[in-house]
Design a protein around this ligand. Structure first.
Ligand code: ADP
Ligand code: ADP
Length: 225
């Protein structure tokens, strides 16, 4: 049961080719780690799969529909309503409280404030953030901020969670905690996870690795479950 697929995608930034015919197929509920050297095209591949970038050629298929040929409005609706995002350094809105940051995707989807905050609440318990609901996000430690970013990525129960170096700014113990929480929550809600990392310890949490070299992707089958 395929959740998300890239078929022979190519994308250049000016004269620089970032992807040169990359293909990947990701099953529903699968946790995949995209690995490879710096500059190999990992982030570009993630952004294409997530409908943030549109490839110059090739196809992106999500839930049986072409993502790359949708209008920008349709694509942004898919990102908002069906995808979740966690990036390095969290990218929280520092002026908002942590509970407002977690509730943000729901608010942007049109959920009313009281309801959005109610749905954000259980994530504080689950991610070990109890009592931090009213703090400004700018006051959090790196590990706390990244757990808040994870809660925000998962709060709307996305079908796919995209994570670009989600532990990149953390020490290894804090990174392990974030990965355990991410994988546990994703499994519980059946969320597919596409994770970009250069860290093999992070990739070890995935079901499977996809290796990117020179803008091409190769699946490495590793049954780890
Ligand atoms: P990785 O995530 O594996 O480090 P990227 O996907 O970020 O690789 O980059 C792939 C290639 O595309 C690199 O040569 C990089 O310099 C180039 N690139 C990525 N983003 C841009 C951009 N916005 N503008 C110009 N070149 C870019
Ligand atoms: P980098 O890989 O260079 O560190 P990021 O992964 O932080 O960059 O973001 C790269 C692109 O993804 C940017 O164009 C940014 O606008 C977009 N982006 C970041 N966060 C989100 C989000 N939550 N939803 C949609 N697009 C996002």
């Amino acid at each position: 049961d395929t959740a998300l697929e890239a078929r022979e995608i190519c994308l250049s930034f000016g004269q620089t080719p970032a992807l040169r015919g990359a293909s990947v197929s990701i099953s529903r509920g699968e946790i995949v780690a995209v690995m490879g050297p710096s500059g190999s095209g990992k982030s570009t591949l993630l952004h294409c799969l997530a409908g943030i970038l549109t490839p110059d050629s090739g196809e992106i298929v999500f839930a049986g529909r072409r993502l790359d040929t949708m209008t920008e409005n349709e694509r942004s609706a898919v990102r908002r309503d069906r995808f979740g995002f966690v990036f390095q350094f969290g990218q929280l809105v520092p002026e908002l409280t942590t509970e407002e940051n977690v509730a943000l995707p729901l608010l942007l989807s049109g959920v009313r404030r009281t309801e959005a905050l109610r749905r954000a609440r259980p994530w504080f318990e689950r991610l070990g953030l109890r009592g931090m609901e009213r703090r400004r996000s700018g006051e959090l430690s790196g590990g706390e901020a990244q757990r808040v970013a994870l809660a925000r990525g998962l709060v709307a129960a996305p079908e796919v969670l995209f994570a670009d170096e989600p532990t990149g700014s953390l020490d290894s113990l804090t990174g392990e905690q974030v990965m355990e929480l991410m994988v546990g929550a994703a499994r519980d809600q059946g969320t597919t996870v596409v994770l970009v990392t250069h860290d093999p310890r992070v990739a070890a949490y995935a079901d499977r690795e996809i290796n990117v070299r020179d803008g091409k992707a190769a699946a490495i089958d590793q049954a780890r479950r």
